[in-house]
Design a protein around this ligand. Structure first.
Ligand code: FAD
Length: 435
């Protein structure tokens, strides 16, 4: 339920194409009193919003505290690709966790994409939902991976929505000479990420969730009840869910060392003429390549190219993000040299050491989910549903994720940077070299 009941223009978000094309959104008050709740959720991205919605639908009294605006973080800024599977490939998962767990994770990954689609339909969320993702081999040697993975998914996992396409077929679909082959996956989706999040928030508010914006949590304690503090208010709650992901900062030192915040950048061009849009992506799928520092792109609802490319590992964004990303875009599509870039923005996501989500309990009534490593649109949404299940006492599916090992970064929060940055730079250099 909206506390203020007002609908206002979207302010307080980063200056992105998504914020400029956002649906009308409610503005919620800052917390300035003490309130009681069954569950207090910290952070209003997909993790927090989906857990809030699923909990409220089961009758829980839910309070969500967001430091900025709803979906101000990665959930309002990302590429909008909703891919099947996990961030890590199935073959790696089989080696890491065994066939049974890998299979269970594959099934959860499929369910996650279905959940996103189902929520959008059930709550009539207007978010430019479209079908299909293609993965493109950026080097000849990457072709074999994609072919083998497609066969593995078809044969061992019975996934029939994906097929391999050779260089000529990819060239007929993508207006770039750069790619050597690819996977065409009609089971994945893409969407306007901020409007999807705002739609989840509206559905949660209708189900009774109380939202507070500009209400940064400064500290919390577990116990019965848990006490969650903001500058001007306090929530006493039977349960707490930490859903802060790349923006966790120092709020919970037990979780901070398990994730590494990294920044990733996106641009949106001016709206393209239909013929040019068709030339770039003939089937209107979202695209991503196989480089370590991945390029990913799609057409927006109004035919802009929304292109993500480049990342950094510092606390600062590049001064000119449009120019920073444009060079990656022109490597793929040199024909866009004269196309105007209208927006450029960045966001922070959390990666984990093994690129699998970091999910669990810190105390019997304090839960967390974070570190989706670039695969959070489906996974964070789904994690929200599992968090709601575990709060309600059903832990089987939550535990599939909670049992995945979540090693801390060597060096903890203070010293993780030098090692990670060296590793990231090594792999991004490999992107530029060799076949
Ligand atoms: C540029 C970019 C592109 C991406 N592209 C894709 C993609 O195409 N597909 C995909 O699957 N994934 C993608 N991702 C990843 C995906 O966006 C995230 O995994 C997902 O949005 C995480 O959701 P979340 O709710 O866990 O975190 P967030 O959306 O980051 O939300 C966390 C929220 O917690 C709030 N918060 C933090 N600390 C506090 C506090 N102390 N008190 C109160 N509130 C607090 C923050 O303000 C923030 O709003 C991308 C990410 C980025 C940055």
């Amino acid at each position: 339920m909206s506390a203020s009941g007002t609908v206002t223009k979207l302010l307080g978000h980063t200056d992105s194409y998504y914020a400029a094309s956002a649906n009308a959104a409610h503005q919620y008050p800052a917390l300035d009193q003490q309130v009681e709740a069954d569950v207090c959720i910290i952070g209003a991205g997909y993790t927090g919003l989906s857990s809030a919605l699923h909990l409220a639908e089961q009758g829980y009294k839910v309070v969500v505290l967001e430091a900025e605006r709803i979906a101000w973080g990665a959930s309002g800024r990302n590429g909008g690709h909703v891919g099947v599977g996990q961030r890590k490939g199935q073959e790696d998962l089989e080696k890491m966790l065994g066939l049974d767990t890998a299979r269970a994770l594959w099934d959860l990954g499929l369910e996650a994409v279905e959940l996103v689609e189902d929520l959008i339909q059930r709550h009539n969320i207007q978010c430019d939902l479209k079908r299909g993702i293609m993965h493109l081999a950026a080097k000849p040697s990457h072709n074999a991976w994609l072919q083998e993975e497609t066969e593995l998914l078809q044969e061992r996992y019975g996934y029939q929505h994906m097929r391999y396409a050779d260089r000529d077929e990819i060239r007929s679909l993508v207006g770039s000479d750069r790619y050597h082959g690819g996977q065409i996956d009609s089971g994945s989706l893409h969407l306007h990420p901020l409007n999807y999040a705002l739609g989840l928030a509206d559905a949660a508010a209708k189900a009774g969730v109380q939202f507070y914006e500009y209400s940064r949590v400064t500290s919390y304690t577990g116990g019965n009840p848990c006490v969650v503090n903001t500058a001007k208010g306090r929530v006493r709650a039977k349960n707490v869910i930490l859903a802060c992901n790349g923006y966790l900062g120092g709020l919970e030192p037990r979780l901070a060392g398990k994730i590494m915040p990294i920044n990733n950048f996106v641009l949106a061009t001016e709206p393209l003429p239909e013929s040019l849009a068709q030339e770039l992506i003939a089937n209107d799928y979202a695209l991503q390549d196989t480089l370590f520092v991945i390029n990913y792109w799609k057409l927006s609802g109004d035919n802009r190219l929304v292109f993500g490319g480049g990342e950094n590992y510092t606390s600062r964004f590049p001064q000119d993000i449009r120019a920073f990303v444009r060079k990656y875009m022109l490597e793929v599509y040199p024909q866009l040299a004269d196309t105007r870039v209208d927006y450029g923005w960045g966001g922070t996501l959390a990666i984990t050491l093994n690129r699998m989500p970091c999910v669990g309990r810190l105390e019997p009534n304090v839960y967390y989910s974070q570190g989706y490593s670039g695969h959070g649109v489906p996974t964070a949404t789904f994690a929200g549903k599992l968090l709601a299940e575990v709060v309600a006492g059903t832990e089987e599916r939550f535990d599939i994720l909670a049992r995945i090992p979540t090693p801390s970064f060597p060096g903890g929060t203070l010293l993780r940077w030098p090692g990670l940055v060296a590793g990231m730079l090594y792999y991004s250099l490999k992107d530029k070299l060799g076949r």
